[in-house]
Design a protein around this ligand. Structure first.
Ligand code: RNT
Ligand code: ZN
Length: 419
């Protein structure tokens, strides 16, 4: 349907004009923003190395049938999910999803670009750029829960080699797809109980990262981010890659800090952290997720936390200031529905935030007109958002309403239920 012929949208745009907002500009802005879709929602972060269980303080719970068990199934599921999500997507891969040529098996410390050739072909066909993650968990060389911070040289060297191969693979992705690749480093290293020495593991982690980065990478092709965490299951007392460690390391080495909003104490706000970080670095990367109690990876909802984060993305103005990626995994509901719903909710939050009259609101704050600011913010919440969202979905070629779930159910009947 043409926008001229969509009276609900036209009426909504008029309402937004009364708030001082431009719905057309908001839709256009949203169209330009890519979001990186995490391959690991499709198989509960299992990867293709044959190891059944997940470790490293992260856990996927639930046993909904139909998880992808090989690359063909995972690609088919990603393609199905992507067709129901409006907007530009990137593909976010983990090193444990390597697909070595028949007969050859590379361990993590000797992975090669060729081991990801099928993913490159897939991403090209779908018109997606690729982001990448070294996998520092679910592997026998994780010893005593440690990788890059291990006191055991053999362990540390293994993981340093892993980090280095991942930089080479990222350059390959960027060259092949013609799009900058973000490589995100996250390590699970930590301790269950109170440490006797908090310093040495962090010193080793910094040294290991320095050695990985010393191997060099083409900064025109690749950006490197470092993700912090507060705690994980089994590592409740001490996390080597804490927020202070990772931010300080990233800022002193010209890396991109990555904030996963499930990785902070519950009353901390990643929305509040965004403008603080952007004062000191050009770019910030986000893992968009939902923390619930001990779990940092529930499916994203269109809730206050995500809207607040989106508001700060909108206020930052510069669309290049962010690397936006989703990071959740739920094995208790249809995995494709989880993928699609979480991605759509994040898109909704961005649209909501792009519709907000930020300049006007900031002016009210500067002028200490707090009553007006309060009322504006509250009344904005019930503006006719759905009509703009539906228009955006239509223009992006996807179902605006709940009908997309029918497509997931048909796919479940024909494909995933037969696995
Ligand atoms: C773990 C981190 C990390 C992982 C993925 C699979 O707590 O959030 O980003 O979720 O790398
Ligand atoms: Zn994360």
């Amino acid at each position: 349907m043409d926008k001229e012929q969509n009276p609900a949208y036209l009426a909504a745009a008029e309402e937004y004009r009364r708030f001082g907002s431009d719905a057309e500009a908001a839709i256009a802005r949203l169209m330009r923003i890519p979001v990186s879709l995490h391959c690991w929602q499709g198989d509960d972060v299992r990867g293709f190395e044959g190891k059944g269980s997940l470790d490293g303080g992260i856990q996927a719970t639930g046993n909904y049938p139909g998880a992808a068990t090989n690359v063909k199934e995972l690609m088919s599921d990603i393609e199905t999910a992507a067709s129901l999500i409006p907007g530009k997507l990137r593909l976010n891969l983990h090193a444990c999803y390597a697909v070595p040529d028949f007969g050859r098996r590379s361990d993590r410390d000797s992975l090669k670009p060729e081991d990801f050739r099928v993913w490159v072909d897939f991403a090209k066909r779908l018109g997606m750029g690729i982001d990448f993650n070294p996998t520092f968990f679910s592997h026998p060389m994780v010893k005593n829960g440690l990788t890059l911070s291990s006191p055991d040289d053999e362990v540390r060297e293994f993981w340093i080699r892993h980090g280095i191969c991942c930089l080479r693979i990222a350059e390959y992705f960027a060259r092949e797809t013609g799009s900058r690749c973000l490589v995100n480093f996250w390590i699970p290293d930590g301790l269950k109980d109170v440490p006797a020495d908090r310093y040495s593991p962090r010193a080793r982690f910094a040294d290991s990262m320095d050695r990985i980065l010393d191997s060099g990478y083409d900064r025109d092709l690749v950006s490197v981010s470092l993700e912090s965490k507060v705690f994980g299951i089994g590592v409740e007392s001490y996390t080597v890659g804490s927020a202070e460690f990772c931010n300080s390391y990233a800022l002193t080495r010209g890396l991109v800090p990555l904030m996963d909003n499930g990785h902070y104490h519950p009353t901390e706000s990643v929305a509040d952290k965004i403008p603080s970080m952007l004062l000191f670095c050009d770019r910030v990367a986000l893992h968009v997720t939902r923390g619930v109690r001990w779990d940092s990876d529930h499916v994203v909802r269109f809730d206050d936390e995500i809207r607040d984060i989106a508001m700060e993305i909108a206020r930052a103005g510069d669309p290049d200031a962010f690397f936006l990626a989703l990071d959740y995994f739920d094995a208790s509901i249809n995995r494709i529905a989880a993928w699609v719903s979480g991605a759509r909710s994040f898109r909704k939050a961005l649209l909501y935030a792009f519709l907000f009259p930020h300049e006007k609101a900031a002016e009210l704050q500067e002028n200490a007109e707090f009553t007006d600011l309060f009322v504006l913010t509250e009344e904005f919440k019930t503006a006719p958002f759905a009509a703009v969202w539906e228009e955006y979905c239509r223009r992006s070629g996807v179902e605006p309403g709940i009908e997309w779930l029918d497509s997931v159910k048909q796919y479940e009947k024909k494909v995933t239920s037969k696995r």
